[in-house]
Design a protein around this ligand. Sequence first.
Ligand code: SF4
Length: 320
Amino acid sequence: MVTLLNSVDAPTRRPRHPEKAHLPDTPLVRKPDWIRVKAPGAHAFDGTRETIRRHGLHTVCEEAACPNIGECWSKRHATVMIMGDICTRACAFCNVATGKPARLDPDEPKRTADAIAELGLNHVVVTSVDRDDLADGGATHFAQTITAIRAAAPQTTIEVLTPDFKRKQGALEIVLDAHPDVFNHNVETAPSLYRRIRPGADFAHSVSILKEAKRLDPAVFTKSGIMVGLGETDDEVANVMDALRAADVDFMTIGQYLQPTRKHAAVDRFVTPEGFAAYKRTGEEKGFLLVASSPLTRSSYHAAEDFERLKAARLASLRS
Ligand code: SF4
């Protein structure tokens, strides 16, 4: 795992998480043997990084210190994070820098599209920081990015992983009107942990966004995910599944929470690979078209392969 123990952005010396500076350090727990990351294949990895840098983009792969970056970037799969690299929330699990974000860059949708065309991706995931400071929460910027990708890379299917838009009127409609192939919004954890882990959000509201997305565009695939190891119980994981199925969510991801720095929430437990396999079985029994559940599962991990599985599963369910 790429763990950023240094909580200061090197070029600017700006603290990444000023709101956490006063918190006591929590111990970093040694990871179990089953959490092994793949080493990057140097040439393709460097090529992905060069493309991202040249187009002046940010990725959640780097900003969230994702453990899969070696594997994904070696396959030229990067998840672009639009609307800057400063988030207006301050979740206890997230390594993305927090603070006052810069103004939106109107050229970013085109640069994102150009980079994706250059990477030659079949499927791309575009996410963002939370932009509670914007009137539409950044929905128009998402829509512009989708439109630009369709123009520059018409063969690429598009998955958006969005914030909750803080109840901004009409924001969801703006994104869905641009017709992403997959609409993903993560509930992240069980509702009992929201106050500690995701204090700026509301579980029921996040679920309602997913339900509304499917109502607005019945053809879109909806997707959501959680991390385990933050203090939830297995019963709570099952309850989250029920809530997502009640919102007609198609695809659920479940992965192990890994603590990015000593100022973030401590890991409560490491779920074994067998435990993740059990979650997958439970989710499938509850009716998801697809469940990705493993220690290193992340929202965008193997997203292209999973999108193919998702389409096949929908087709099979329509035929049965
Ligand atoms: S799993 Fe997603 S965020 Fe992590 S490296 Fe891969 S594409 Fe990036």
